[in-house]
Design a protein around this ligand. Structure first.
Ligand code: FO1
Length: 342
């Protein structure tokens, strides 16, 4: 079977690790493609940083820092100490030594003229990852955050500055996907979605991680997020079922600060809120994306609501705290997909 997963960084990686174990139950071999969000990417200290691609690559290679979630294990900070002493870079955003090796290698290949998809293939080939890892786009699409005026000046900061320095404490006016209008899905992304036997949305940040790929509509007068042109269309044309896993359990995010992102686009922080923002694919031909939606057992009351909206919804345990639990979540997603497309 061919499975394609749309994913953000750390949560996406945990889900994919579970999926790799869950597909062992299926007959025949599985071919998994992971399409990673590139909206968190940025230039810093002259280097191209791709947090979500790296989080997934390191986790699947088994070289990630498990406790922190991002970056490599067995790290040191000698280079970042030197950069700080020169006053270069962001002192609150630590680029550690091994991780810097990745950014230098990536930037070097980009400078040689290779597109990000080819650069990612080359970096990942070092570890023979058990999946094909694709960036959502080869073009630079960066999420910026518009914050309320300070001293009469509207302030616009890169997503990472809002997320890491400000810890998402300031409520954004809106998100801006810089460069998204002229971006295209990276080579292989549209085919991976359209030709998959099933497409899964990892329980990643629905607004800035999945939304930067698929688009995420605003509500209650708030501006939504623009997706990379062509990805939502590929999802609507997908021949297999599209099944999402809720990143919200009992009205709170599984990890991170995605609740602030949902409020910023005027959406309720709930399994129903996220599911209905993605929308039912068959019924709402204008912009619906989902055939199936997995919610946590604690959100079982979401089932009849979303079923009423035309999305096949199942309640299952959704915590991803360890590989065994993550495998259970992936099994539940595969079972729902099987029901939708036997
Ligand atoms: N997150 C932090 O909270 N502090 C950091 O200093 C930091 C550095 C960092 C460097 C490389 C990288 O790939 C990720 C890094 N992250 C850091 C994680 C990242 O900011 C976010 O958690 C994700 O982008 C959100 O999905």
């Amino acid at each position: 079977v061919k499975v394609t997963v749309l994913a953000g960084g750390v949560g996406g990686a945990k889900f994919v690790k579970g999926l790799l174990l869950a597909v062992n139950d299926l007959p025949g071999s599985a071919e998994i493609t992971v399409v990673a969000n590139t909206g968190d990417d940025m230039w810093l200290t002259g280097l191209r940083i791709c947090p979500d691609l790296d989080s997934i690559m390191y986790a699947l290679a088994g070289v990630n820092d498990v406790e922190r979630g991002w970056g490599r294990s067995d790290e040191s900070s000698r280079v970042s100490e030197e950069l700080s002493a020169f006053g270069v870079g962001w002192p609150w955003f630590t680029l550690q030594d091994r991780d810097l090796g990745t950014h230098i290698a990536r930037t070097s290949l980009l400078r040689e003229g290779f597109p990000l998809s080819e650069v990612t293939r080359r970096l990942a080939s070092r570890w023979s990852l058990p999946v094909t890892l694709l960036p959502a786009s080869d073009q630079e699409v960066e999420t910026w955050v518009e914050l309320p005026e300070v001293d009469g000046e509207p302030s616009l900061v890169h997503f990472e500055e809002w997320w890491v320095r400000l810890r998402a404490r300031v409520e954004p006016l809106r998100f801006l996907q810089r460069g998204v209008e002229s971006a295209l899905p990276a080579p292989g992304v549209v085919d991976a979605i359209q030709e998959a036997d099933l497409v899964l949305f990892a329980p990643s940040n629905p607004v800035v991680s999945i939304g930067t790929m698929t688009g995420f509509p605003g509500a209650h007068g708030r501006v939504g997020v623009s997706g990379i042109p062509g990805i939502a269309e590929a999802l609507r044309n997908a021949s297999g079922p599209v099944v999402g896993v809720s990143p919200i359990i009992s009205g709170a995010v599984i990890r991170g600060m995605g609740d602030v992102c949902l409020r910023a686009v005027g959406r309720p922080v709930s399994a129903v809120g996220v599911g209905s923002a993605y929308g039912a694919r068959r019924r709402d031909t204008a912009h619906g994306l989902l055939d199936g939606w997995l919610v946590d057992l604690a959100d079982a009351d979401a089932v009849p609501v979303l079923e009423g909206e035309g999305i096949a919804t199942v309640a299952a345990p959704l915590w991803l705290s360890d590989d065994t639990l993550a495998t259970g979540v992936a099994r539940a997603a595969l079972a729902l997909a099987e029901r939708l497309h036997p």
